[in-house]
Design a protein around this ligand. Structure first.
Ligand code: NZQ
Ligand code: ZN
Length: 388
């Protein structure tokens, strides 16, 4: 097992009827800015319920944080925080609203040009650059990203998606009430299952380092998602299935699975370019890229692919190649069973677009990806060709 630092201070309030937790964990004298997205949380009546629980606290609202939250939008929220002397943020929504709120929390006290905060990539922003952030909590309405219990955000600016990580960007608390996700459209639930699945795979399917517990936790998450994936898409109000999705999605990216093991993230980085260039949903991009990454990287990932075939898909018989082929095929079939297409061409993207995607990867410095940093632009090209 590799050395690791693990730190995670986020309190989780899980289950039905947990909104009262807001009252308990937001200071009574706080001036609160409620942040939300395009209106789903308003329409469902959730924002009104939240306001009722906040009681006499001074409240402002900032709506309109779009999927793949944009820097330009978030900067307006920063102005509101500064003008209205907000001292607590409450994000009500999915990964985009939560990520956007994290950025607002960090940028509100930053003295320089907040665009600089997009330049740290996978490295946490040092505390001497941003030493203070507005505290915030979240009410999760879409299980997918794990943002509710991690310190990362993905912010869109011009034609790129930028990762922002800071020790100050952990939510103080997150309310995970599966019933708040019942209003999600089918495709967003499917995206969520795939995002949680691929987060787990990016930290599991690399090469063995003897992280037995991490492997078993990862395999447990993958198996649970396979068990409940179809049901939770087909039966939106099945509490048990949805509760399992919510908890899987949180655990998939709260640091537990990735502690002490190599991590890949090539699928995510290539996927980010597909969202930036063509507006494909985050979960859909992962369904397109992951099977192709596994095919092209089968030699580098051989030992873990076999372990995945045997332990997650229970393949006992057959030769090594056959098991690996079947495990990759099963993965693709699982994504497709949720109604998500897994080929670029099915999204109207042909071979002519591959050079454009490669140019974007190059422009964003994505030239040495994977757990061994040997995934060059040439290999990314092969992955994209395989994904057609
Ligand atoms: O904006 P509203 O009206 O709320 O509608 C949203 C949005 O249109 C809707 N929605 C959310 N909850 C709903 C609902 N509709 C009905 N009922 C509900 N209960 O769903 C749509 C998508 O929401 P979004 O927040 O964009 O989805 P998701 O949670 O998948 O977040 C995607 C973003 O997270 C980033 C992605 O890059 C993308 O920008 N990621 C963040 C990560 C992190 N912070 O750790 C890791 C991930 O890999 C990911 O990259
Ligand atoms: Zn993701």
């Amino acid at each position: 097992m590799l050395n690791f630092d693990f730190y995670n201070p986020t309190r989780i309030l899980f289950g039905k009827d947990r909104l009262q937790g807001i009252d308990r964990y937001i200071p009574a004298d706080a001036t609160v800015l409620i942040t939300y997205g395009g209106g789903s949380a308003k329409k469902s009546g959730l924002i009104d319920k939240v306001k009722a629980v906040l009681g006499k606290r001074k409240i402002s609202e900032f709506g309109g944080i779009e999927p793949n939250p944009r820097y330009e939008t978030l900067i307006k929220a920063v102005e509101t925080v500064q003008k209205e002397k907000i001292d607590f943020l409450l994000a009500v929504g999915g990964g985009s609203v939560i990520d956007g709120t994290k950025f607002v929390a960090l940028a509100s006290y930053y003295k320089g040009n907040s665009r600089d905060l997009l330049n740290y990539a996978f490295k946490p922003i040092p505390l001497d650059v941003v030493g203070k952030a507005v505290p915030f909590g979240t009410i999760l309405t879409l299980p997918a990203t794990g943002s509710e219990m991690n310190s990362g955000a993905v912010i869109s600016y011009e034609h790129g998606k930028f990762i922002v990580i800071s020790q100050l960007a952990f939510p103080r608390f997150s309310i995970l009430d599966p019933t708040l996700t019942f209003t999600l459209p089918r495709n967003q639930v499917a995206n969520g299952v795939i995002d949680a699945f691929v987060h787990t795979m990016e930290q599991y399917l690399t090469y063995p380092v003897g992280g037995r517990l991490q492997d078993h936790i990862a395999e447990g998450i993958l198996q649970t998602l396979i068990e409940i994936g179809f049901t939770t898409v087909a039966e939106p109000e099945n509490y048990e299935a949805r509760a399992n999705l919510v908890w899987c999605a949180t655990l998939a990216l709260n640091g537990i699975v990735g502690a002490g093991v190599p991590q890949d993230w090539a699928t995510h980085f290539i996927g980010h370019e597909l969202t930036s260039l063509f507006g494909i949903d985050h979960g859909q991009t992962l369904a397109i890229v992951l099977p192709a990454v596994l095919e092209i990287r089968r030699e580098q990932k051989r030992a873990k692919l076999l372990q995945y075939a045997e332990r997650v898909w229970h393949m006992g018989d057959g030769g090594e190649e056959e098991k690996i082929d079947s495990a990759i095929e099963k993965t693709r079939e699982f994504f497709e069973s949720l109604g998500v297409k897994t080929h670029l061409s099915q999204y109207g993207i042909g071979a002519d677009k591959i050079p454009v995607i490669i140019e974007q990867l190059k422009a964003h410095g994505m030239t040495a990806l994977s757990e061994t940093q040997d995934l060059t632009l040439d290999i990314s090209r092969k992955i994209l060709e395989r994904a057609l």
